[in-house]
Design a protein around this ligand. Structure first.
Ligand SMILES: *Cc1c(COP(=O)(O)O)cnc(C)c1O
Length: 376
């Protein structure tokens, strides 16, 4: 026998989460998650799932029938889009201006797709002119894949313009909206996005572990016309679609994460009550406040003003300042988490998130005061 380990219950402190996600979770969302678990085929739960679908459609601004929450984090939403759409031999133009564009490339390769890269510097948005050149040079490309809000740098790319370019070259679009959803303008139908995925724990301020995704009718057609079955059984949308809609609706596919879905329902309900445009404006307004304070402290932004994400503020660490020591002190003395630099910006920048419930005055005041204390 292995001896039974005996531990006290885990009691996390109440941190203020101002990193790249998870963000501060709405208290209402935590309360929703602790409601009684019902069966995932219970008629009451099925009714809640119908509301949840309508709420995700609102957040994405889409009428796409295939709009669901994948029962796994944003990375699984990413993989859902690629494994369903990209068949061996399909050519995909992938834009890379940070960590997540590189992950898109890896996904395409694992699907057996042929990758054409469009690279931009870290901290810059995707360059439309370079994408146009790549699409022109590759008339057989089937997809354009890009990250709307690059969380590794804080750069926002022109999703509307990129989708228009893709359409002009007969490409479907695969868009990473993990950090953009709920924080900046995003209009799936109007912009003509074909496949999109997000995450629960960034500007939706829900608990981590769920990924809203949506597929346009053209994307669904491409999936239905596949010559080979989707390699992943769990992420195969042709199977999941049956669970969320259609004949035999809610037939068993996998056990839905019941309580996590209560949480997502509540966070999207709060977003709908606030109104998307109000939420976008609040993120912008809070960003301006934080920016003014950070500049007063002498901190410089990684990204040019025009393409700066309000919800992810990457600033250079001043010379001679110990990155790890500062973040440790913020965490231990102020219960405040800010993000470290990722990839090319590791050790060089901090990433300060203003996401969802976290994008509010108290958080900004605390963050600025704490940073000032610690830097002095
Ligand atoms: C966080 C993030 C992901 C991955 O989401 P997880 O929930 O961590 O799997 C993907 N893309 C972007 C842009 C992100 O910010």
């Amino acid at each position: 026998m292995i001896a039974a380990p005996k531990f006290p219950p885990f009691n996390p402190p109440r941190r203020i989460l101002m990193g790249p996600g998870p963000s501060d979770v709405y208290p209402e969302v935590l309360a929703a998650q602790s409601k009684p678990t019902v069966g995932h085929l219970d008629p009451l739960f099925v009714g809640m799932m119908d509301e949840l679908k309508a709420l995700i459609q609102y957040a994405f601004q889409t009428e796409n029938e295939v709009t669901v929450a994948v029962s796994a984090p944003g990375s699984a939403g990413m993989e859902t889009c690629f494994v369903n759409l990209v068949e061996p031999g399909d050519k995909v133009v992938v834009c890379r201006n940070g960590v997540f564009g590189e992950r898109m490339r890896q996904n395409v390769e694992r699907c057996g797709g042929e990758v054409v890269m469009v690279d931009n510097e870290w901290g810059e948005p995707v360059d439309l002119a370079e994408v146009e050149v790549a699409l022109h040079a590759n008339p057989d490309a089937k997809f354009l894949a890009f990250v709307h809000a690059e969380t590794s740098t804080g750069a926002l790319s022109d999703a509307k313009g990129l989708c228009a370019l893709a359409r002009a070259h007969n490409c479907l679009t695969i868009v990473d909206a993990v950090t953009s959803l709920g924080g900046v303008e995003l209009r799936v139908d109007e912009w003509g996005i074909d496949a999109i995925y997000s995450g629960s724990q960034k500007c939706l301020s829900c608990v981590p572990g769920l990924s809203p995704v949506s597929f346009s009718p053209a994307a669904v057609e491409k999936i239905k016309a596949r010559k080979t079955p989707v390699q992943s059984w769990f992420l195969d949308q042709t199977l999941v679609m049956g669970y969320w809609s259609g004949d035999g609706k809610r037939s068993y596919h996998h056990t839905a994460p019941v309580n996590a879905l209560y949480a997502l329902h509540e966070s999207l309900r709060l977003l709908a009550n606030e109104g998307l445009e109000n939420a976008w404006a609040r993120h912008r307004e809070m960003h301006e406040l934080l920016k003014a304070g950070l500049e007063k402290l002498g901190l410089e932004f990684v990204v040019e003003e025009a393409s700066r994400l309000p919800q992810l503020n990457a600033v250079y660490i001043p010379n001679g300042v110990d990155d790890g020591a500062v973040r440790k002190q913020l965490l231990e003395q102020y219960n405040l988490e800010i993000g470290a630099g990722l990839g090319a910006l590791a050790g060089k920048a901090w990433r300060i998130g203003l996401m969802g419930f976290g994008a509010r005055r108290e958080n900004i005041a605390l963050c600025l005061r704490a940073l000032e204390d610690v830097l002095n």
